[in-house]
Write a protein that binds this ligand. Structure first.
Ligand SMILES: CC(C)(COP(=O)(O)OP(=O)(O)OC[C@H]1O[C@@H](n2cnc3c(N)ncnc32)[C@H](O)[C@@H]1OP(=O)(O)O)[C@@H](O)C(=O)NCCC(=O)NCCS
Length: 205
């Protein structure tokens, strides 16, 4: 376990054996009041059944890029993609096939609508991509999310590299604005809620 930062809580990189726990943290954070996940899977029970395996697949995919971070107690996680492959997926066919096995057919068109809309407007300029940020509901609002963002944002500043993400609500958009991201446009999956495209220029050296 490598201590990476002590901004507000120690932040470290997890091992692949921790994938199920990370998926649990992500699934809990996105279960109840995230506008995008509740639109994607409107039924709460189906959402509960789907989010865990979905996030296991995503965490597994991004761990290959070594840019996943957790706090010491694993109450939160952030998942980044590198400039060389910000969307993380190496084998799109294999990823798509696993996704289709995980997601109930009734919810599949919406997940493809979201991923296609996001991919179409993904910035072409090199950047680190924040794919997921999540803190267990009972631990939110205590600075854990901010501490988890710090290592890669510091790296962005040191390397002179921008960062990009999509905020899924006006509330989490405020968190990113506090960390130097600027709103650069809205995305709207057909029939779905707005997402906010957020771009962060590195701090001037
Ligand atoms: C967004 C999130 C990772 C931030 O972690 P955190 O430890 O709560 O964040 P911090 O304590 O460092 O900062 C607090 C800010 O986070 C954001 N935030 C906190 N709880 C949130 C929630 N349930 N939903 C959305 N944003 C939230 C707000 O901007 C908050 O500031 P505010 O209290 O002035 O509104 C975490 O709240 C979370 O998992 N939320 C649900 C999932 C989510 O929205 N993920 C981001 C998707 S883009």
């Amino acid at each position: 376990m490598t201590a990476i930062s002590r901004v507000a809580a120690p932040v470290r990189k997890p091992t692949s054996a921790e994938t199920p726990r990370l998926a649990e943290v992500l699934a809990s954070a996105f279960q109840d009041d995230d506008p995008v996940s509740t639109w994607w899977i409107p039924d709460a029970d189906r959402r509960r059944a789907t989010l865990r395996p979905f996030f296991e697949l995503s965490v597994e995919t991004f761990l290959a890029h070594d840019m996943v971070f957790v706090d010491a107690d694993t109450t939160g996680t952030v998942v980044w993609g590198p400039p060389s492959n910000p969307l993380g997926v190496e084998d799109e066919d294999a990823f798509g096939a696993r996704l289709e096995r995980i997601v109930d057919g009734i919810d599949l068109p919406r997940v493809f609508e979201i991923t296609t809309t996001l991919a179409e407007q993904h910035p072409a300029d090199p950047h680190y991509y924040l794919q997921w940020a999540a803190v267990l509901p009972q631990w939110q609002g205590r600075g854990i999310g901010s501490a988890l963002l710090a290592p890669v944002l510091g790296r962005c500043d040191r390397e002179g590299m921008p960062a990009y993400t999509e905020a899924t609500s006006l509330r989490n958009r405020r968190l990113y604005e506090r960390h130097g991201f600027t709103f650069v446009g809205e995305l709207a999956p057909a029939g779905g809620p707005p997402l906010y495209r957020m771009w962060r220029e590195p701090a001037a050296r």
